[in-house]
Structures are given as C-alpha cells and as structure tokens.
Design a binder for this molecule. Structure first.
Ligand code: NI
Length: 218
C-alpha cells in the first residue's frame, strides 16, 4: 500500500530542514549502493557526520509523531536514512533496494521531498507495479511511504536541484497484508473513538488489535 503523508513537518521546521540540507557536504551516492544498483545510480548524498545526523534525526522524529506513519509502518526501527541531491541530469535507474541494511531488514521505503516541485524539472520517483508505473512527485515537506520490495527509479533532474531524505523502515510486521489489515483496523477504531459509544465495542476492537499484533509481531 502507498501512503502520502502530509504535515510531518510544520512550515518553520520544513524551512529549517531545507536550509540545513542545502548546507550539507555531499559525496558520490554510489558509495552506499550495491554492485547492481551502483551501475544505475547517479546522484550525490550527504556525507556522514553530525550535521547530517541532525537532519535525519529530525526526520525520524517527525515521522514517529505521525499517526499515519506509525499505523501504516508499525516501525520497529529505521534501517537507514540518507540525504540525496540530484542535479545536472542525474538520475537513479531502475533498481530494488537492499533487503538488509546496517540497521536491519527493509520492509518499507520512504522519500521526503524537500524541494519545491516548481524549482526543478524531472526527478519523479517512479515505482513499477504489476499493471503500470506509478509516478510520484510531491510538494516540499510531503512523504511517500511504499513497500521496499518494488523496482523503482528516479527520473533525470534536467533543471534545478532536487533534495530529498530517503529512508528504510524495519516493521514489526514483515507481511504487508498484515500491516494493511491493522491499518484498516486502526481506521475503524478511530471511527469508534470519534463516535464515543459506550457499548463495549471499542474495547473489543482494541483487544482484537492488541492480540493480532501480539500474534504477528516479530
Ligand atoms: Ni531505491
């Protein structure tokens, strides 16, 4: 399932993040790519260090405060976060992300778009699905969350500069169908909560959610 998250950062936090990201020190993105993905990866990534870690920590905190993110991802941890920069025709050809990264298994991938889409050309994230390709090109501050098992690519950035924070999440639930069912259950529980009925229905739904998580989590 794909999710578009809005409001992960408020306007002031987004501006501060954009400024911090533009000021980072960048190196060849192939450094973190495997042999197969490295053949098609042409971008720059922020060099590891305190300034980069401060950026990724802010993004992690923003995501963890998002109810949609925690409901959709059931995050156990972040396998890795990177800050990427594309310009001058750079692109990332079709590839699948590594299943295992230093921080763990990759169940979900996300991209936080940081550049105003009017400020650059190209740079869409294209995720290949069975029936068709899905093109994602979001406003600054918006996040797409999608399954890590897909083939995907970033189209060439032919004008301007595209900054993004990308990352991978290890979920308590490895099976995407289980994640979807619990996401739907969260939605149903939200409706019951809003209804405010005192007929025990909410307790039963909460018990069901808790016991499914207990059965499936690993
Ligand atoms: Ni990728």
């Amino acid at each position: 399932m794909f999710h578009i998250l809005t409001g992960v950062l408020d306007a002031a936090a987004l501006l501060a993040l954009q400024e911090a990201v533009a000021a980072l020190d960048y190196e060849d993105g192939r450094r973190t790519a495997g042999a197969i993905a490295g053949r098609v990866k042409r971008n720059a990534q922020a060099r590891q260090g305190a300034a980069r870690d401060a950026v990724t920590a802010r993004v992690q905190a923003g995501l963890m405060a998002s109810g949609t993110f925690t409901s959709a991802a059931r995050p156990k941890g972040f396998a890795r976060l990177l800050v990427s920069r594309y310009e001058g025709g750079q692109a990332y050809g079709s590839h699948v992300d590594d299943a295992l990264m230093p921080g763990g298994r990759t169940d979900l991938s996300f991209t936080l778009f940081l550049s105003d889409p009017a400020s650059y050309r190209g740079g869409g994230l294209v995720v290949q699905e069975r029936a068709e390709d899905r093109l994602i090109r979001l406003n600054a501050g918006e996040v797409v969350l999608y399954p890590s098992d897909t083939l995907h690519r970033v189209e060439p950035v032919t004008e301007g500069t595209r900054f993004a924070v990308v990352g991978w999440v290890t979920s308590w639930l490895r099976d995407p169908r289980q994640r979807e069912m619990l996401f739907d259950l969260d939605q149903a529980i939200g409706v019951e909560q809003a209804r405010g009925a005192e007929d025990g229905q909410l307790d039963r739904l909460a018990q069901l959610r808790s016991n499914l998580l207990r059965m499936w989590a690993e």
